[in-house]
Design a protein around this ligand. Structure first.
Ligand SMILES: Nc1nc2c(ncn2[C@@H]2O[C@H](COP(=O)(O)OP(=O)(O)OP(=O)(O)O)[C@@H](O)[C@H]2O)c(=O)[nH]1
Ligand SMILES: Nc1nc2c(ncn2[C@@H]2O[C@H](COP(=O)(O)OP(=O)(O)OP(=O)(O)O)[C@@H](O)[C@H]2O)c(=O)[nH]1
Ligand SMILES: [Mg+2]
Ligand SMILES: [Mg+2]
Lengths: 277, 292
C-alpha cells in the first residue's frame, strides 16, 4: 500500500485481495473497503499509509467480540464440544483436559462420539496423557446415555470440569443435529445450568461455509464460544470475523498444533496483525 | 441463482440501448462475486473471469437477446473445461502390486477415503491391502483396522516405533508375498509448512513408487486451498485429488482452485462417512454447484 498520493482504486484492489485471500468474505470485505473509501478517498499520502492499516485493524477489531475466559466456577463445569467432521474437536478436548489439569482441576472426559471408528480409543489416549477420568460405553452406544452417565459420575466423584467430546456432524444432517440437541437436553436436565459452555470448533482452513456451520449450530445448540483450530497452518481463519460479527459468539481459543499444549486464548490484536500480513 | 442475477443486470442495461463491453464487465463482476462466495481463490477467479470475458465477446453476447443466459453458459462451459472435461479414472496400469498413497492436511478425510477406495477396488475384483503409516495421531492405526474389518480388507501395521517409510515398505512386501494387487497407504495429516513431515512423505514416495498419489482435501476449504495444494504438488507431484465432505452445503470452489493451480484431475468426491460414500467426480455437476 502506498507510493500514491491518495487511496486510489488500485490500492483498494490490493486491500480487497488481502482481505478476500484471508477468507474475510465478499460482503465483509466490501463493507471494509467502502469505509476506507469514505474515510480516505481524498486524504493525502502519509495519512493514508498509516491510516489504512490502523483503520482496517480498528474496524476488524470492532467486529470481533472480546473473548472472556471459559466459565469454570460451577462444579462440575460442563463443556460441550461440537463441530463438523475433522475440525479438531477430540484434539481440542485433549488440550483442554491438559489445561484444566495443569490448573489443578479434576477433569473428566465424556466419550460421546460413539459412531466413528476408534473415536473412543483416540479419546482414551488423551485421557491417559492428561490424567483425566473418562466415561465411555461401547462403540455404537447411545451418545446421550454416555452423557447422562458422565454427569452422574461427575457429581458423585467431585469432578471440577467435564469435557464432552461429540461426533463430527455436518450441520445439514437433521437427524445428527437432533442427536446433538438430545445430548444437550440430557445434560441440562441432569445438572443445573449445564452445559456451561458449548464450543464450536472451526477448522481455520474452512472457507465461507464456516458461516453457515456456525449459524446452524448456534440455532440448534446455542453456542457460547468458538475454537479456531489449525491456525498454525497458512490459512488466516478470516471467516471468524463474519461469524462473530453476525452471531456475537466470541472466539475463545485457538489451536496451534497437534500437541497437548497447543491451545491458547484468542488474541484479537495478534490475529488481526497476522491476517493483514 | 446466478442466471437470474445476470438477467437482472442485463435487463437494467438493456434500457440504455445497445450493450457494450462495459456492460459485460458489470455482469462478470456478479459472476466473480459468486465465485468468491463459493470459495474460488481470488487470483484463480480473476484469471478465470478474464478468459470468460474473451470467450463471451468472441461469441457475440452483445448481440444476443438473452445475454444473461449466454454469459452463464460460457461461464459454465469454461468451468467444466477447467475442471477437467470428463472423468479421470484411477491409474491402475502396470504389474501388481500397485501402490496408492493418500496425502493431505490434518482432518481432510484420508483414512476414511482409504477405506472407501479399498471397498470400491474390492468390488471391482481387485485385492487391496490397507497400510497404516500414520504413527502420530492417537489410535490412527486402530481407526484403519476398524475400517478394514468393516469391509473385510486386510490392514498391515507394524510395531510401535516403526518408521512410516519402513511401514510402507513392509506393506508392499506383504502384498507381493501374498499376491495382493493393490496397496493403499494411509499417511498422517501434515502441514505443508512442516518441512520434516513433508520430507517424510517424500521419502515414503521414493521407497514405494506409488502409481497414484491422491491429495485429499476438505471440499469446504477456503482460499488456503491454493497454498496447500501448490506446496504438496511441488514436493510430491500428486496424481489425483479427492474432495471430501461434499455431502454438506459447501459450494466447493476449492475444486476449481486446486485444479487450476496444479493441473491435477479431481478423481473422486466424498459424499458420506460410510465406506460406500465415494463417487467418481463429475465436472459438470460441480460446475453447477460452484455457480450456485
Ligand atoms: N496442525 C494442527 N492440527 C490439528 C489441530 N487440532 C487438531 N489437529 C489435527 O486435526 C486432525 C483431526 O483432529 P480431531 O481432533 O480428530 O478432529 P475431530 O473434530 O475430533 O474429528 P471427528 O471426530 O472425526 O469429527 C488430527 O490429525 C489432529 O491432530 C491444530 O490446532 N493444529
Ligand atoms: N460427511 C462426510 N464425512 C466424511 C467424509 N470423509 C471423511 N469424513 C469424516 O471426516 C472426519 C475426518 O476423517 P479422517 O478420515 O479421520 O481424516 P484424516 O485425513 O485421516 O485425518 P488425519 O489423519 O487426522 O489427518 C471423520 O469424522 C470422517 O468420518 C465425507 O465424504 N463425508
Ligand atoms: Mg473426534
Ligand atoms: Mg487419518
Amino acid at each position: 500500500v502506498g507510493g500514491k498520493p491518495r487511496l486510489d482504486e488500485e490500492t483498494l484492489e490490493e486491500i480487497e485481495e488481502i482481505l478476500i485471500q484471508a477468507d474475510i468474505g465478499v460482503d465483509t470485505s466490501m463493507d471494509l473497503i467502502e469505509r476506507l473509501r469514505e474515510r480516505y478517498g481524498d486524504a493525502d499520502h502519509e495519512e493514508v499509509e498509516q491510516g489504512v492499516f490502523d483503520l482496517l485493524a480498528r474496524e476488524l477489531g470492532s467486529m470481533l467480540t472480546v473473548p472472556t475466559p471459559i466459565a469454570s466456577t460451577h462444579r462440575p463445569t460442563i463443556i460441550l464440544v461440537v463441530g463438523v467432521n475433522g475440525a479438531g474437536k477430540t484434539t481440542t478436548v485433549g488440550k483442554l483436559a491438559k489445561r484444566f489439569s495443569d490448573d489443578g482441576k479434576k477433569v473428566m472426559i465424556a466419550a460421546c462420539d460413539t459412531f466413528r471408528a476408534a473415536a473412543i480409543d483416540q479419546l482414551e489416549i488423551w485421557a491417559e496423557r492428561t490424567g483425566a477420568d473418562i466415561v465411555r460405553h461401547q462403540a455404537g452406544a447411545d451418545a446421550a446415555s454416555v452423557a447422562y452417565d458422565a454427569m452422574e459420575a461427575a457429581v458423585a466423584q467431585g469432578i471440577d470440569v467435564v469435557l464432552i467430546d461429540t461426533a463430527g456432524r455436518l450441520h445439514t444432517k437433521v437427524n445428527l443435529m437432533e442427536e446433538l440437541k438430545k445430548i444437550q437436553r440430557v445434560v441440562a436436565r441432569t445438572i443445573e445450568g449445564a452445559p456451561h459452555e458449548t464450543l464450536l470448533v472451526l477448522d481455520a482452513t474452512t472457507g465461507q461455509n464456516a458461516v453457515e456451520q456456525a449459524r446452524a449450530f448456534h440455532r440448534d445448540v446455542s453456542l457460547t464460544g468458538l475454537v479456531l483450530a489449525k491456525l498454525d497452518g497458512t490459512a488466516k481463519g478470516g471467516v471468524i470475523v463474519a461469524v462473530t460479527h453476525e452471531l456475537d459468539v466470541p472466539v475463545r481459543l485457538v489451536g496451534l498444533g497437534e500437541g497437548e499444549d497447543d491451545l491458547q486464548p484468542f488474541d484479537p490484536e495478534h490475529f488481526i496483525a497476522a491476517l493483514l500480513g | 441463482q446466478i442466471s437470474d442475477k445476470l438477467e437482472g443486470v442485463f435487463k437494467k442495461l438493456r434500457g440504455q440501448g445497445k450493450l457494450t463491453e462495459a456492460n459485460i464487465d458489470e455482469a462478470l463482476r456478479e459472476v466473480r462475486r459468486a465465485l468468491l462466495e463459493a470459495d474460488v481463490n481470488y487470483k484463480v477467479a480473476r484469471d478465470f473471469i478474464k478468459r470468460v470475458k474473451e470467450r463471451a465477446l468472441g461469441q457475440d453476447v452483445l448481440k444476443s437477446i438473452t445475454p444473461g443466459q449466454q454469459v452463464v453458459k460460457v461461464v459454465h462451459d469454461e468451468m467444466v473445461v477447467l475442471l477437467g472435461g470428463e472423468q479421470a479414472p484411477l491409474d491402475l496400469t502396470g504389474s501388481p502390486p500397485l501402490v496408492v498413497m493418500m496425502i493431505g492436511l490434518q482432518g481432510a478425510g484420508k483414512t476414511t477415503t482409504a477405506g472407501k477406495l479399498a471397498l470400491q477396488l474390492k468390488e471391482k475384483g481387485r485385492t487391496p491391502l490397507l497400510v497404516a503409516a500414520d504413527v502420530y495421531r492417537p489410535a490412527a492405526i486402530d481407526q484403519l483396522e476398524v475400517l478394514g474389518e468393516s469391509i473385510d480388507v486386510g490392514v498391515y501395521r507394524a510395531p510401535d516405533g516403526t518408521d512410516p517409510v519402513e511401514i510402507a515398505r513392509g506393506g508392499l512386501e506383504l502384498a507381493k508375498a501374498t499376491g495382493l494387487d493393490t496397496v493403499i497407504i494411509d499417511t498422517a495429516g501434515r502441514l505443508h509448512v512442516d518441512d520434516e513431515r513433508m520430507d517424510e512423505v517424500a521419502r515414503i514416495k521414493d521407497a514405494v513408487s506409488p502409481r497414484e498419489i491422491l491429495f485429499v482435501a476438505d471440499g469446504a476449504t477456503g482460499q488456503d486451498a491454493v497454498t496447500a495444494a501448490s506446496a504438496f504438488y511441488e514436493q510430491l507431484v500428486f496424481t489425483g485429488v479427492v474432495l471430501t465432505r461434499l455431502d454438506s452445503d459447501t459450494r466447493g470452489g476449492a475444486a476449481l482452485s486446486i485444479r487450476e493451480v496444479t493441473g491435477v484431475p479431481i478423481k473422486y468426491i466424498g459424499v458420506s462417512e460410510k465406506p460406500d460414500g465415494l463417487e467418481v467426480f463429475h465436472p459438470d455437476r460441480l460446475a453447477s454447484r460452484i455457480l450456485g
